[in-house]
Design a protein around this ligand. Structure first.
Ligand code: ATP
Ligand code: MG
Length: 326
């Protein structure tokens, strides 16, 4: 049986795109194979941040992930910077990664366009990501669709390193992605993917009122200008969210009411809000319990880091031997 690894940046609030695209899958998969989930704080420092804010966000992310259903008795949850081997292996991988592959990464092109000054860290981000995964020699990586290109590069890096330093042994496996049916959730602006860095999110732990404040003005089918205009559910982001949160008969009903102009968009959003509440209320309740008992979070992260350090050390020993450092 293989090993599962995935990570999330503490670059902002855990949102329903992260949940539907990745974290919900983590919760399900933790019972199927050895699973390692990482709060990747070295990734999150690539964009400007406040140190105090990073501490706070890392903690909030741990609370969100545990509240979503990660069970520290079943999987390992830890903070990347607690296991220094991640950055050590990333440096090594720098030396086998083709520059051209980094420059053609869509995420690099998108994010660098939005930045005044672009750091080498933004370019090299996928190398650290490859190190995160390969340090545990994981073969399955549950992610959203936006990470497929990065994962492809992880396979290139594994292949290149293996060819150079461990021919015929397959020391590093080539990690494969695992997607969900909700692999790409659009932001409330209807323009780009829901992203922590875009301010177009609904937080997983937000209250019903907060969610409604964001949902009410969210972009729907742009051709539905008046309530009497029939809509096309498939082009509407709210319909996609119904598919993620509502029961199948509700989804069918929504499609009919939209395409016949039986409902206005606000009616449709109210039904969505109730479906979201069904899934999110228990998650919020667990988050409250974790906030009231901080030692539960501390213990989970410490246990996870302890286990991961041991595996990381073992992999690095193998890397050092094969590369002439030991
Ligand atoms: P940032 O804007 O800082 O990059 P992010 O919202 O993209 O933040 P990440 O930490 O980069 O979040 O990604 C965590 C996981 O969530 C990854 O597996 C990623 O593929 C997934 N993910 C992120 N956004 C979405 C989305 N809109 N739909 C589906 N999955 C997503
Ligand atoms: Mg991202």
């Amino acid at each position: 049986m293989g090993r599962i690894f995935s990570g999330i940046q503490p670059s902002g609030e855990l949102h329903i795109g992260n949940y539907l695209g990745a974290v919900k899958n983590w919760v399900a998969l933790q019972h199927t194979a050895e699973s390692i989930f990482c709060i990747v704080d070295y990734h999150a420092i690539i964009t400007a941040y406040e140190p105090a804010q990073l501490r706070q966000r890392r903690r909030e992310m741990a609370i969100g992930l545990l509240a979503a259903g990660l069970d520290p008795q079943v999987c390992s949850l830890f903070v990347q910077s607690d296991v220094p081997e991640h950055t050590e292996l990333a440096w090594i991988f720098n030396t086998v990664t083709p520059l051209g592959e980094l420059e053609r990464q869509t995420q690099f092109k998108d994010k660098s366009q939005r930045m005044e000054s672009v750091s080498a860290g933004l370019l090299n981000y996928p190398i650290l990501q490859a190190a995160d995964i390969l340090l545990y020699r994981a073969d399955l990586v549950p992610v959203g669709e936006d990470q497929l290109q990065h994962l492809e590069l992880s396979r290139v890096i594994a292949r290149r390193w293996n060819a150079e330093f461990a021919p015929d042994t397959g020391f590093f496996p080539e990690p494969q992605p695992k997607l969900t049916p909700t692999r790409r959730i659009m932001g409330l602006d209807g323009q780009s993917k829901m992203s922590k860095s875009m301010g177009n999110t609904i937080g997983l732990l937000e209250s019903k009122d907060e969610i409604w404040t964001k949902l009410r003005p969210a972009v729907t089918d742009p051709k539905r200008i008046k309530k009497t205009d029939p809509g096309t559910p498939e082009v509407c982001n709210i319909y996609q969210l119904h598919k993620a949160f509502s029961a199948p008969d509700t989804v069918e009903h929504v499609a009919v009411q939209c395409s016949t102009a039986g409902w206005g968009c606000i009616d449709c959003k109210k039904v969505l809000l109730e479906s979201m509440e069904t899934e999110l209320v228990p998650i919020r309740a667990r988050a409250e319990r974790l906030r009231a008992e901080p030692s539960l979070v501390d213990d989970a992260l410490a246990t996870g880091a302890g286990r991961c350090r041991a595996t990381a050390r073992e992999t690095m020993q193998g890397v050092r031997e094969r590369m002439g450092f030991a």
